[in-house]
Each structure stands twice: as structure tokens, then as C-alpha cells.
Design a protein around this ligand. Structure first.
Ligand code: ADP
Ligand code: ZN
Length: 722
């Protein structure tokens, strides 16, 4: 037999299929060990043949077949071709997406637990072999775990039994993620009429993709679970994606209660071994529901019955490392391959998805009411310009202060949101204008009061605090801008007896970091939770009746065409944390631009209004999806090589423009907004194109300008233009 193998080195020069002779048990999809250019590497078998395609004596043999069951499902090969062509990466790099990193290069060991049992055959054991006889005697009482058994009777005695054919060793896959005890199984709830209608519509519609636009608390999750349960009853598998799984512990325990060991959870909080085991449970068919963040779209499931993407607008669904794939795009491919539905859900769908739905290419389900009939919380605007004028320089408006007082005195909880961590954002010398910056990153440093240091939020570097300006020696340093630490200090001053928890990248660490803080808050160990956007996502805290949004306009002033959309989404999502159960919720939105139309739409929960306005603007100004923003990034250790590559790329794009001038709306080359990150210089060719017709050519140009010293890559409608 001969195997067609993709060798696991992601290098464009070896991006082809190699042939090896292989043992008869080799299957398509298995990982193998093969000799390659003087080394021994891992590879994936993507095809088998009876006869070699060239002189058999020149063909090298596969050294070892790793998998008893092929690690790759057949669908991988069609996705591999799609991903390699679409995002211009070597086939090996696209196959890697399907294999947990801990499985590659044999990083996880001890996958199996070995057991020993009797075969029933006689083996002629001498009466003097006391240990062998005793061991055999014990095995008559049942199978034993191999390693302790060897320790008890000695390795040689046990081996002798096996050699004589009296006993045999077998392996059972270990499972490191037992279902937690004490979580009671939960049956499906009976659906509300709106939920039932939604399910029936999705099930009966011809359309492949459906968008559920449902306000927070409208019961979208129950619709997802019903769809999953129905597919499960048909023997089909499901993928359920959430933006960041460690942020949604409630969702996880709900899924475990409902589906038990049928659900496998793939998330970064698991240890390598646990993740590996969950992965194999899916691959072996033992578990049929994969739950996880972005990368779970590559779950090794066959016979998919439905794919669900919750909070579909979330930017984490776009990969920011190669291959820079869009999860929704991959999900559409998988849905097509399996002939199943793709369901996207959000309280604030992305403008792109809502256009698809409103123009009839996606099915649309709209849920306008919360399940418990509770109104959405009232959002009031606090005009921070007026606060300043009236002599309140603090970060807490009088309105918010009054509401906090009310919430605390009635025994309720509050969430205070702002998008910046640390104490204050920048350190400025008021004499010369010097701003403290990171040496590696060209971004300003943030003061952290607890550690009394300056930190770079891009690379994590720490610096001593300054007592004098390093430029002019002046001593008038001002700490400006507000972060979570400062807000905590201010609230503490206003309400000395309140108990406050802070949740941001500084307080969250370790495997269960998020979960622990959220758990403490939900156990009411604190009255107020202050945090960055990580608290905006789907938590359900019944006693939260107040949400304060401190810097609502912050993202409005980004020079990104999506800043309005993101502000609207953020406000709606954060507001959705208030008043979910008991008392009526309230939201105080602090802003310096109270008349901004985005805030106006958000305050009245007017998604349609926001959407129509946004579409009108984007059409007129030719922004995505009515155009394509494309950035060729050039990243290198030093300027010389980077500028060389930038020129190569830019001239090639200019040539392309000369031949296709009507496709280009805009073209420029420059430093990236952040000129340096982690010591690497960054340049870009930025363009706006009318369609994606030239996109493959741009990918070619980037590949051509790339070299070992310079990384050149393409971003489409990048989420982050820094
Ligand atoms: P969403 O995902 O749209 O924000 P959830 O799925 O979290 O909404 O539902 C909001 C609340 O309503 C949750 O507490 C959930 O347990 C409850 N709920 C959902 N569906 C039902 C139902 N059919 N009957 C009773 N309660 C429900
Ligand atoms: Zn830095």
C-alpha cells in the first residue's frame, strides 16, 4: 500500500503531497511518522493507493502509524482545500486547525490506560512460577489495571503470562473530564409560543443560514438547545459556538445538565490533557455536541445536524493569526457539506449579517420580548460635560451616584463598566508634553496603582513610575484618563462600606480566573462589579438592577467605519445585564456627546433605526459590506527589510490598480497606526476595493513580498486597525 502524505511543516516550498509505502492498517486521515529530508516528521495521510505513482524502490516507508482511528474526519480534506486556497496558506497549516495543538508532535502522553485480562487459553505455567500462578488467580476475579498489577506481581511475571497467551493487555482511552457530580440532569423546558415558532420556522425553511435577532433575555439559548436536542435524537451531531467560553459558566453548566456526557467542551481553560480527551470523545462519536469558542468550528464531528453561533457579531470569531479565517465563512462551508442548518444569534447582529437577512438570503427570526415579560432596562444619559461645569470632576455622575445609593440600600447589585484597565491611561509631562511610552511598542503606558508601576498593555512590559520627566526633567507629571483601578478607588470613597470586585486582565488569571470572580459576584460576596468588556457578555445575575457605563463614547471616536456599530452593540449588551429577574433594571450611560445618534438609537433599543441609518451611511461612503477594506501588513525586526518589502508590495498593488482603476476606491502605503509592537516594526498598504474580485491577486502579492526576514500578510476588513 502507498500513502499520500501531507508533511506537517507549514512552508510554501513543501506544500505538496508526498508518497510513502505504508502498512496495511493505514487509513486515510491517520497521522503518521515519516522520514523527510533527513528528519523524522509527522504527516497526515490524505489518500491511499495500491500502486505507487513512481519507481517503487525509491519510495520510503512510513515509520509509524500513530492513530488507531484516523484523527481527521473525511470532511477535513474538502475544508483543507478550501482554506488553503481561500486564505492562501499551505495545506499543512490548514490541516493543523483540525488537530488540537497538544496532539501534534506527541505533546500529550498517557492517553490510554492499560488493563490486563485472561484470554481463556491454557499456557502451561510451571508450578514453581508462584507469582505467575498468583497473578492468574487474581485475574480470574476480573480485569485489572496493568501498571499496579505489574507492581504487585513483578513485570517479568506479568509479561510471562502475556507471552504464554494466558493473559492479554488492552487499552482504554482515559478520560480526564468526568462530568461534575451534583449537576442534576435537566429536561428541556416547554417552549414559549415565540420560541416554538422560531424553531418551526428554522426547521421548515429552505434556507441554509438563519439569523435570530432576539433582545437579551428573549430565550435564544432555549431555541439553540431545542435544535441541538432534535438533531441528537436523530443521531446527528452539533457544534455550538460562543465568543469566549470561560466567560459563560452558566451556559456551560446548563449544557452539561441538559446533555450530560454527550456534550464535549473545548476551551482554553482546560489542561492540555483534558482538551485532548474532550477532542477524542468527539472524534470517537462518544460525544456528539461540541461547545467552544472560535476554534471549535473545526471539531472532529461527522454527520453534523446543526451549527450554532451565538453572539454572532462578536469580533472574536475572526482569527487574527494565520490562517485569518472568518468563523462564519467556515461554518457556512461545513453546513453546506453536511446539508445542515447554520443558526446565528445575537441581540445586536452585525450589520453584514442583518443585511443578508433583510435581503432574504438568510432566514430571519425576530424576538422582541423578554421571556419573563420584564421590560428592557431603562437607559438614562448622564451628560458628563454638564457634570464638569457643575463642579463634579469625578468619574461618577450624580445620576449614577444616586442610582448606586438606591441599589445598595435596597440590597441589589450593580455592574460598572468601562473599557480601560489600570489606574490611569497616560502619564504626561505638563511642561514639555512628553508621554511615557513602551520601548518595544510605540504605545503609551498605563499607570497601575496596586503594583505602583507603568505597564504596556500590548506586550506586558513593566516600567518604574516616573518621579521626573525623562525629557525635560520637569516634575509636573499628570496622570490622565481613567481605568478600572481608579474607578474602584472613587466608588470606595463615595461608598466606604460597599464591597467591590474588579474584573479585568489584571485580576483575572489562571484556568478558572474568570469563573472565580463571576462566581463570587453571583454568590453575593460583593455589591458592585467593576470591569472591562469581559463583563459585557452573557452573564445572568438575577440581583443586578443597575448598570453604569462610564465611557460610552470611547469607541465612537475610533477612526474605524465600525465604531458606531461597536458602540451600539456594547451599550445594548452591557445594558442587558440589568434587571434580568426581579426588580426593574436601570442603566446610566455617561457620555460627553449625549446627542450622538448612535447613543440615541441605543437608549431606545432601536436596532432597526440604527441599522437603517448605518446602511445608508455605508452605502453612501462606500464602506463594507459595500466595499472591501484590505490591508497588506508588513512586519519585520528592522526598518530596512520592512521598507524593501513594503515597496515591493506597494508597487505591485499600484500596477494592479493601473490595470483595474475602477476597482480601487483608495490606496495608500504608510506606517501602521502603531509603528512598533513587541519590538517589530509595522508598515501597511491599505486599500479599499469595490469588490473582492482582485483579492486573490492581493494574496499573491503578499506572498511574493514575503521573505524569511519579513512577514507579509493580508487582512480583510480587519477588526483592529492598530
Ligand atoms: P437570551 O439567550 O436570548 O439572552 P436566555 O436564553 O438566557 O435569553 O433566556 C432568558 C431567561 O429565560 C433565562 O433565565 C432562561 O432560563 C429563561 N427561559 C428561556 N426559555 C424559557 C422557557 N421556555 N420557559 C421558561 N423560562 C425560559
Ligand atoms: Zn510594549
Amino acid at each position: 500500500m502507498y500513502a499520500q502524505v501531507i508533511v506537517d511543516i507549514a512552508h510554501s516550498q513543501v506544500d505538496r503531497v508526498f508518497e510513502y509505502s505504508c502498512p496495511p492498517e493505514t487509513e486515510v486521515g491517520c497521522r503518521v511518522k515519516v522520514p523527510f529530508g533527513g528528519r523524522v516528521l509527522e504527516g497526515f495521510v490524505i489518500g491511499l493507493s495500491e500502486t505507487p505513482s513512481f519507481a517503487a524502490e525509491k519510495i520510503k516507508p512510513v515509520y509509524e502509524v500513530y492513530d488507531e482511528q484516523p484523527a481527521l474526519v473525511p470532511e477535513c480534506f474538502s475544508l483543507m482545500n478550501f482554506i488553503a486556497a481561500r486564505y492562501r496558506v499551505p495545506k499543512a497549516a490548514s490541516l493543523r486547525l483540525f488537530i488540537p495543538s497538544e496532539m501534534r508532535l506527541g505533546k500529550v502522553s498517557e492517553v490510554y490506560k492499560k488493563y490486563i485480562r485472561l484470554t481463556g487459553r491454557e499456557g502451561g505455567i510451571r508450578p514453581s512460577a508462584k507469582k505467575q500462578l498468583a497473578a492468574m488467580e487474581e485475574l480470574k476475579g476480573g480485569d485489572r489495571e496493568f501498571t499496579p498489577f505489574c507492581l504487585k506481581y513483578s513485570r517479568s511475571a506479568v509479561n510471562a503470562l502475556v507471552e504464554k497467551g494466558v493473559a492479554e493487555v488492552y487499552k482504554v482511552r482515559r478520560n480526564r473530564t468526568p462530568i461534575p457530580e451534583g449537576e442534576e440532569a435537566e429536561r428541556g423546558r416547554s417552549l414559549t409560543p415565540a420560541q416554538r415558532q422560531a424553531v418551526e420556522y428554522i426547521e421548515s425553511s429552505e434556507k441554509r443560514v438563519h439569523l435570530i435577532h432576539g433582545v437579551t433575555g428573549s430565550g435564544k439559548t432555549e431555541i439553540y438547545l431545542t435544535l441541538i436536542a432534535r438533531r441528537l435524537a436523530e443521531g446527528k451531531s452539533s457544534i455550538f459556538l460562543v465568543p469566549e467560553i470561560s466567560l459563560t459558566p452558566q451556559m456551560l453548566s446548563q449544557l452539561r445538565r441538559r446533555f450530560g456526557s454527550q456534550a464535549a467542551i473545548l476551551h482554553s481553560g482546560l489542561s492540555a490533557g483534558e482538551r485532548f480527551d474532550e477532542w477524542w470523545r468527539l472524534r470517537s462519536g462518544e460525544a456528539k455536541i461540541a461547545i467552544g469558542a472560535r476554534s471549535a468550528i473545526f471539531a472532529p464531528l461527522e454527520n453534523l445536524g446543526v451549527i450554532i453561533i451565538d453572539e454572532e457579531h462578536d469580533t472574536s470569531y475572526n482569527s487574527e493569526t494565520a490562517p485569518r479565517y472568518s468563523t462564519i465563512e467556515i461554518a457556512k462551508k461545513r453546513a453546506e457539506y453536511n446539508g445542515c442548518k447554520l443558526v446565528l444569534g445575537s441581540a445586536t447582529p452585525s450589520v453584514e449579517s442583518y443585511i443578508e437577512a433583510s435581503e432574504g438570503r438568510y432566514g430571519l427570526v425576530t424576538l422582541t420580548e423578554r421571556i419573563n415579560g420584564k421590560p428592557l432596562p431603562e437607559i438614562v444619559i448622564a451628560d458628563m460635560r454638564r457634570e464638569l461645569k457643575r463642579g463634579n470632576p469625578s468619574n461618577i455622575s450624580r445620576a449614577l451616584r444616586a442610582e448606586l445609593e438606591g441599589a445598595l440600600s435596597s440590597g441589589n447589585q450593580a455592574i460598572i463598566f468601562l473599557n480601560r484597565r489600570g489606574y490611569s491611561q497616560t502619564v504626561i509631562c505638563t511642561d514639555c508634553g512628553y508621554v511615557a511610552k513602551c520601548e518595544n511598542c510605540d504605545v503609551s503606558l498605563t499607570y497601575h496603582s496596586e503594583e505602583n508601576c507603568l505597564k504596556c498593555h500590548y506586550c506586558g512590559a513593566r516600567y518604574h513610575t516616573l518621579s521626573a520627566c525623562p525629557e525635560c526633567g520637569g516634575r509636573h507629571l499628570r496622570y490622565s484618563g481613567t481605568g478600572t483601578q481608579r474607578v474602584v478607588a472613587e466608588i470606595k470613597e463615595l461608598f466606604p462600606s460597599s464591597r467591590i470586585l474588579r474584573m479585568d486582565n489584571d485580576t483575572v488569571s489562571g484556568k478558572d480566573g474568570h469563573y472565580k470572580i463571576l462566581k463570587r459576584f453571583s454568590d453575593r460576596e460583593a455589591d458592585i462589579l467593576v470591569g472591562t468588556q469581559m463583563i459585557a457578555k452573557g452573564h445572568d445575575f438575577p440581583s443586578v438592577t443597575l448598570v453604569g457605563i462610564l465611557d460610552a463614547d470611547m469607541s465612537l471616536h475610533f477612526s474605524d467605519y465600525r465604531s458606531g456599530e461597536r458602540t451600539f452593540q456594547l451599550i445594548t449588551q452591557v445594558a442587558g445585564r440589568s434587571g434580568r429577574a426581579g426588580a426593574k433594571g436601570k442603566v446610566v450611560l455617561q457620555t460627553y456627546s449625549p446627542d450622538n445618534y448612535i447613543l440615541r438609537f441605543a437608549v431606545s433599543y432601536d436596532y432597526r433605526g440604527f441599522f437603517e441609518n448605518e446602511v445608508k451611511m455605508r452605502k453612501a461612503a462606500l464602506f463594507p459590506p459595500y466595499s472591501l477594506i484590505c490591508r497588506v501588513m508588513v512586519v519585520a525586526d528592522e526598518d530596512g527589510a520592512a521598507i524593501e518589502a513594503l515597496k515591493t508590495a506597494y508597487f505591485a498593488v499600484e500596477e494592479l490598480r493601473a490595470a483595474n482603476s475602477d476597482e480601487f476606491i483608495f490606496l495608500n502605503k504608510m506606517h501602521s497606526p502603531i509603528k512598533k509592537i513587541q519590538g517589530k516594526v509595522r508598515y501597511q498598504v491599505l486599500m479599499r476595493l469595490r469588490t473582492d474580485r482582485l483579492l486573490p491577486r492581493i494574496y499573491d502579492i503578499a506572498a511574493g513580498a514575503s521573505s524569511p526576514a519579513v512577514l507579509v500578510y493580508v487582512e480583510e476588513n480587519p477588526v483592529n486597525l492598530s
